[in-house]
Design a protein around this ligand. Structure first.
Ligand code: UDX
Length: 471
């Protein structure tokens, strides 16, 4: 099939490349000239596993790029809207880009096409897109609008697309549903997974992908409700972690005990410094606004957001507990991205925490395997330096803070890190290390929802030196 994908951000780029992988001819539309030029050169603008492979396979063959929406729409049977829906001050999603694309598409409709929302949008957006298109001259009966939400996570976006837990098709016409089924056929019938060049799936996953057909409104709600639910799970375990700290329990044990209940599940139950990224903060707040618009006060989501914000403040209090005063302290930071496997720092709790610490008069030396270039654009060069390795971060700093759950940090040589640190203090916002290992290596170790580790000899030494007065 011939497809146009309007918007080559995370979702558009990954969806476009994956549809090409499924055998379709895809034209990706973007109006940013620099980005477009880079894409046309074959450059992959985001750090995403397997995306370079897909570009290499399909670029210039089944995957092309343009800034001309009208031409792209004319040449396609289906048009995906994958433009941004950034938050406004009120918390609602700004749908002006979606509206503008709908107008452009309306002007280019000739024969029957389907218009598919892939961006995360509030309920009723499909109906609005339809109305806008009709108002702008798209002939009745010449198009259908569907919602086909994308559930991909950054870092695993390609495999999330090709090995989805489910494909949700929200549409109100059989013709439109059939076209969407056809588009996803290799995933639905599993033929993609038998292909020798298929991108390998996550452990043990063979597909095929279940398909869920709903109304457009239900599909829109599925996306918002799913993201809000996952955010709620994270805030829930963070709240439990705070209770664990108060009573001297271990949240990792509590998490294991809860997560083994199949009804609860282990995933998205990792405590830390709160969720970030381009989706959860925006979507929870947008869903809250949607509910209010519909006359329902979704107070639970207020609490989800409050716990998430509070988690960062609690972490800063931990730093203060370990170091007493913050002014003039030199801190080592491991992790800048909003999570592991990505260079994205949008709404990163790590960046927010660093900014608060800088405001308190700290200096920072930071390391991240992927996000340092992006972080350098938003952090002041006068007080933040970047290191070449995690061990360089430790050198001559007063404490090391772990702010992103990069799995490679888990395998650091603790003895080497201990050697490099001026004071053996590690404050772990992602519970990457086992407290018993940290104790064995003589670290003072503060983490989330677990008892602090303060080796006796360190306590004596540090009290003498005027450190760790909080204990
Ligand atoms: C999310 C959704 O998972 C995805 O389905 C949707 O399409 C887009 O939004 P993403 O933003 O890429 O994906 O990241 P995700 O892996 O969900 O993590 C979001 C944030 O939650 C990160 O900051 C992460 O560190 C944090 N998190 C996640 C936790 O703190 N604990 C957890 O158990 C899981």
């Amino acid at each position: 099939m011939r497809l146009a994908v309007v918007g080559s951000g995370y979702v558009g780029l990954v969806a476009g490349a994956c549809f090409a992988e499924l055998g379709h001819d895809v034209v990706l539309v973007d109006n940013d000239p620099d980005k477009l030029a880079a894409l046309q050169q074959g450059e992959v603008p985001i750090h995403e596993e397997f995306l370079p492979e897909l570009f290499h396979r399909h670029h210039g063959k089944r995957l092309s790029f343009t800034d001309n929406t009208v031409d792209a729409v004319r040449a396609s049977q289906a048009v995906f809207i994958a433009v941004g829906t950034p938050p406004m001050h009120s918390g609602e999603a700004d749908l002006s880009y979606v509206e503008s694309v709908a107008r452009d598409i309306a002007g280019a409709i000739g024969d029957y096409k389907i218009v598919v929302d892939k961006s995360t949008v509030p309920v009723y957006t499909s109906e609005w897109v339809r109305k806008i298109m009709l108002l702008n001259g798209a002939p009745h009966g010449c198009f259908d609008v569907a919602s086909n939400p994308e559930f991909l996570r950054e870092g695993t976006a390609v495999t999330d697309f090709l090995y989805p837990d489910r494909i949700v098709i929200g549409a109100d016409s059989e013709r439109c549903i059939d076209l969407l089924r056809e588009m996803y056929k290799p995933l639905i019938d599993g033929s993609y997974y038998d292909c020798p060049t298929a991108i390998p799936g996550p452990n043990g996953c063979k597909g095929p992908a279940p398909i869920i057909v709903t109304s457009a409104r239900s599909a829109e709600l599925i996306k918002h409700a799913s993201n809000a639910f996952l955010a709620m799970k994270i805030s829930f375990i963070n709240a439990v972690a705070n209770i664990c700290e108060a009573v001297g329990a271990d949240v990792e044990q509590v998490r294991e005990g809860m997560g083994t209940d199949a009804r609860i599940g282990r995933r998205f139950l990792y405590p830390g410094i709160g969720y970030g990224g381009s989706c959860f903060p925006k979507d929870v707040s947008a869903f809250h606004s949607v509910a209010r618009e519909c006359g329902y006060e979704f107070g639970l989501l207020d609490e989800v957001m409050r716990i998430n914000d509070d988690q960062r403040q609690r972490f800063i209090r931990k730093v203060r507990t370990a170091l007493w005063t913050l002014k003039g302290k030199h801190l080592g930071v491991l992790g800048l991205a909003f999570k592991d496997g990505t260079d994205d720092i949008r709404e990163s709790p790590a960046i927010a925490i660093i900014q608060s610490l800088l405001a308190e008069g700290c200096r920072v030396t930071a390391y991240d395997p992927a996000a340092m270039d992006r972080a350098a654009e938003v952090l002041p060069s006068s007080t933040v330096k970047f290191a070449q390795s995690p061990y360089d971060v430790a050198k001559q700093t007063d404490a090391v803070l772990i702010l992103t759950e990069w799995q490679e940090f888990k395998h650091l040589d603790l003895a080497r890190m201990r050697e490099s640190l001026r004071y053996p203090i590690v404050i772990d916002g992602r519970n990457l290390f086992r407290p018993e290992d940290m104790e064995k290596h003589g670290f003072i170790y503060l983490s989330i929802g677990r008892p602090d580790i303060v080796p006796q000899e360190e306590l004596v030494k540090f009290r003498r030196a005027g450190q760790l007065l909080g204990k």
